[in-house]
Write a protein of this length. Structure first.
Lengths: 362, 362
DNA sequence: TTCTTCAAAGAGACCGGTCTCTTATTGATT
DNA sequence: AATCAATAAGAGACCGGTCTCTTTGAAGAA
């Protein structure tokens, strides 16, 4: 049964109605599953629909109902296992509630994020989940909120935006991780993050517009200072935005005269690259360099030594934020909720005492 | 400026037209960027649109134009780095051409895949990219094709379906990998795949409905047989569908009396789990077990030893299939193309000669 | 038998855009 | 000055559903 026509005009309710000898309204009632129809007519319409291979046009349906059944998700980087796992959590929760997910990547760039939000709103998604890449410019998020569409924030809170938010205690867990390093005797600890700032050099917290990372750096510096470490901020390194950039940053950190004895990596993608650079330079973990990273990525347990990690409940993070949003979509009037999920540390083998050479020099 | 109304009815073309004192048609011409309008009127309309904060309803737009600007993508498992990288390639190509991507996960289950396809067609995507989880039941894919919507296949070809397809030479590369193991002296080589079949035990190629995997197993068995290995199919293991299942399969393979001396893993997720099990059982790579896996996942280079991998051009795979589809969307009348991308093998440290104990017993 | 009541089916507006067709205005041509 | 063409704006149908309102018809009550 070959088709020569390149475009088969799709079968509509009217077509089915005509075939079944009923009015459009009646056919629509059967096909749309609403209203009251007698059993005989229903059977007729169904038969006609099957014969014609009718497929509802969800677009038209969405337009009249105002609901699309779609949740829009804007994440920083889908390739980062952190996000892909979170998205999995979102998808599972969404599917369970009968929603679908449309995904957009911001590449952690605010202009792309804005365009993505605009697009998703244009597509009339029922609600949005966003990992805001900046806390500075959130006008587009305000717009969503104001347009009456529910918005929920994932992994990054915005103090000024009172919407459902699911995060972890970034500051607290960064403090715990840093304390592990300090307790092991480290005094020269680097913090490496993908977040960048003007000038690419860290000066103060005010430069950091990604809330989760700001919290982490804050926790990191607090513990360092409490331990009497002098100017710990000189070891905060920004701009590990890609594997190549991360290698550059790692090389710079590891080749300097005052090489740190430990590194805290802000995510597993960065940590992996740092680990590679450490190896390439002939350094050993943890003898020469101790390493802790955020996110218990799957590879961290198979390296030699395995890496000590901060285990964020990533899947649950995604699942929870989706559930919160769906609750709102169903008309829950409760005030915005800010969920903070518990986090733990898996101590493995990548932390040891600082190497003597460096300790003596310091 | 607090809004008490929970639902702000959105601004339409008519609203803008009224505000600008022009007809709906004229406002639409300006806002939609088509037709001819004088500069003064254009400015008026734009000003009104800005003042009212007009946002086009893409749904309505799609409905009349018939184009949604969306490419639907159905993949097996978004969490698998193979797919997330391929999706990245698709997204990049799509964005470059002005298309957006809506993603659905099939979990490699044919019924979910069918539902996803139906949904995406309902949403009136302009075209679809699918990694068909089965070559047996492809009626839903035929339907897409017949409905006049372009379809392109990623990573898995279907001989019966004449559509644009991008794959690698799975059979050939599996042969090369197997030969590396055979040349190293191995005679007992296991092949572990996520694909499952009735009875969960491999009998013959006819059971395997995932084309890429069937090709690989075919290549694997061919080389084994050419090398005079007796009944190599007894080492083909199916059903490594999840980390837990993979552990079960790996345990079974490694604890049997005729433990293989080498394993070829069908993807990196499986390989990682197998690697963990090998370690847990106190075995060494490559002294006790040699290991090769499909897909150069990032972790494979940081293990000790690093893993020998089959490097599939995953990103390019996604990019190419998207480009093929987009070409078709733009009306390219050329016959369906079947692209086979080149693949290579990175020989690292996970292959060695078989351990004596086993060789003697065999 | 006539009137009421209610279920079931039909008619047609509507959602927010696009697009064709018609009308009005302007400038050029003879 | 009259005709014509070209340009700009307006009117309204249309896409494929949903949904309200109206009509129809048959059963039950008086």
């Amino acid at each position: 049964m070959k088709r020569t026509a390149p475009k088969t005009p799709s079968i509509t309710v009217s077509d089915v109605a005509r075939a079944a000898n009923v009015s459009k309204a009646t056919a629509a009632r059967v096909l749309g599953g609403y209203g009251v129809v007698s059993d005989t007519i229903r059977a007729d319409v169904m038969a006609a629909a099957k014969a014609l291979d009718y497929r509802p046009n969800e677009l038209a349906r969405s337009m009249t109902t105002g609901r699309s059944g779609i949740i829009g998700v804007v994440v920083g980087d889908i390739e980062n296992p952190f996000f892909s796992l979170a998205v999995r959590g979102i998808s599972d929760a969404a599917r369970a509630a009968g929603f679908n997910v449309i995904l957009a990547n911001s590449g952690e760039r605010i202009d792309v994020e804005k365009a993505a939000v605009r697009l998703l709103i244009g597509k009339r998604v029922d609600g949005l989940i966003v990992t805001p890449s900046e806390s500075r410019d959130i006008s587009h998020l305000r717009d969503i909120h104001r347009s009456g569409r529910p918005l929920a924030l994932l992994d990054r809170a915005l103090p000024d935006l009172d919407v459902d938010t699911v995060t972890v205690d970034d500051r607290g867990i960064a403090m715990r991780a840093t304390r592990i390093l300090v307790d092991a005797g480290h005094r020269n600890i680097a913090y490496v993050t993908a977040v960048d700032a003007e000038g690419h050099e860290y000066r103060d917290l005010g430069q950091i517009y990604t809330s989760s990372v700001r919290e982490r750096i804050d926790g990191f510096l607090t513990v360092c200072r409490d331990a009497g470490i002098d100017r710990p901020e000189r070891y905060v390194r920004l701009g590990a935005t890609s594997p190549a950039e991360t290698r550059r940053v790692a090389d710079a950190v590891l080749s300097g005269a005052d090489r740190p004895t430990a590194i805290l990596a802000s995510d597993s993608v960065i940590a992996l690259e740092i680990f590679k650079v450490i190896r390439q330079r002939g350094l050993r973990v943890p003898e020469d360099i101790s390493l802790i990273t955020f996110h218990d990525a799957d590879w961290t347990s198979v390296t030699t030594p395995p890496i000590t990690v901060i285990d964020q409940p990533v899947y649950a993070l995604g699942k929870s934020v989706a559930e919160l949003l769906i609750r709102r979509l169903k008309g829950d009037p409760r005030p915005a909720e800010r969920l903070i999920l518990p986090t733990s540390i898996f101590e493995r083998g990548s932390v040891g005492p600082p190497s003597n050479a460096i300790v003596k020099r310091a």
